[in-house]
Design a protein around this ligand. Structure first.
Ligand SMILES: Nc1ncnc2c1ncn2[C@@H]1O[C@H](COP(=O)(O)OP(=O)(O)OP(=O)(O)O)[C@@H](O)[C@H]1O
Ligand SMILES: [Mg+2]
Length: 310
């Protein structure tokens, strides 16, 4: 039996969903958010809204006072630049090869948001020798010093590089839509994360393109309850982004929704999610699974070396 294909939750099950979230809060020690915290955005199925979440969440976090760096870590089809309507010519690969300085590849959106085109450069990071990695860590350390939240937009599925990003991050946001195929693929991602980490990873679920909050809660319940029941893996429900035609328009106009100033149905959703991520309940201050402390990049390089990123 596919554990995710279950009947919709009853009222009791919705109560149980809230309890799952509360249990999660109790089981993880509270920690103060200091220094840079990293948040990887993952999905099982493609096209469920990772990049739009990355863009609008980064704007919402910056709007709430955080200094945010958005790293386009989709090694296949990087498209954060398209969503922002900019055309960067260079990426981390150019810095890695000594052709450009970090300052040449970054672009800034307002005072508190910086975007880093990762491109193929992120893959090349895994291949450089120790000396080159130390040089790169040095190059990137100024970003870590000036950043409160590093958001990573990754590619769909749990390929080795995406797993390395998740393992190096303080929080992994798994995004799904209410479609049965997306629900099934989200469960598969949770299963793979559980197999790689024994479940010792902070994972938060976001349901995108929901018609309303009830639908999103039902979807979340099906995934989270199955993960807990069949894997013993507790993830938390972070919230939903409602289906919003204005998001599609914003993609066509190449201007992120939250830069447009309109107050359409999904705008409060992004803001609520930002508030939740910055709040004490999300526990993104703690790196779990005894993974090495230190800079995000150091952790990422270790994870990449372990997984021979391709
Ligand atoms: N809440 C929403 N309401 C309506 N449309 C949405 C919503 N979120 C995303 N979309 C639309 O869904 C499409 C896919 O979004 P997006 O590119 O962010 O997905 P993705 O997960 O990054 O895709 P990929 O796996 O290819 O990287 C876009 O056309 C976008 O406009
Ligand atoms: Mg994308």
């Amino acid at each position: 039996m596919n554990p995710v294909i279950m009947p919709p939750p009853s009222h009791d099950q919705a109560t149980r969903l809230r309890q799952l979230v509360l249990d999660k809060k109790d089981t993880v020690a509270r920690s103060k958010i200091t220094g840079m915290r990293s948040v990887a955005i993952l999905s099982g199925k493609g096209g469920v809204g990772k990049s739009n979440l990355a863009v609008n969440l980064s704007l919402a976090l910056a709007g709430q006072g955080s200094r945010v760096t958005l790293l386009d870590a989709d090694l296949g089809l990087a498209n954060i630049d398209i969503l922002f309507g900019v055309m960067p010519k260079f990426n981390l690969g150019h810095v890695l090869r000594g052709e450009k300085e970090m300052a040449d590849i970054l672009f800034r959106v307002g005072e508190r948001l910086t975007i880093v085109p990762g491109g193929a450069g992120l893959r090349e990071l895994a291949d450089i020798d120790d000396q080159g990695q130390a040089w790169m860590i040095d190059r990137l350390s100024f970003l870590e010093n000036g950043t409160d939240i590093l958001l990573l937009d990754t590619s769909a599925g749990l390929h080795r590089n995406v797993l390395a990003f998740a393992m190096a991050s303080n929080l992994s946001i798994l995004i799904t839509t209410p479609e049965p195929t997306a629900i099934r693929d989200s469960y598969s991602v949770l299963k793979s994360l559980w197999q790689s980490t024994g479940g010792d990873l902070n994972v938060g679920l976001v349901v995108n393109m929901a018609q309303d909050k009830n639908e999103a809660e039902m979807v979340a319940y099906r995934i989270l309850a199955a993960a807990e029941q069949f894997l013993g893996f507790k993830a938390q429900y972070l919230g939903c982004i409602l289906w919003d035609a204005a998001i599609r328009d914003s993609v066509r106009k190449r201007r992120p929704l939250l830069l447009g100033g309109e107050n359409t149905v999904s705008v409060p959703c992004f803001k609520d999610l930002a508030g939740k991520i910055l709040g004490p309940q999300t526990e993104i201050g703690e790196i779990k699974q005894n993974r090495d402390e230190g800079s995000f990049l150091r952790r990422l390089l270790r994870q990449m070396a372990r997984r021979e990123v391709n």
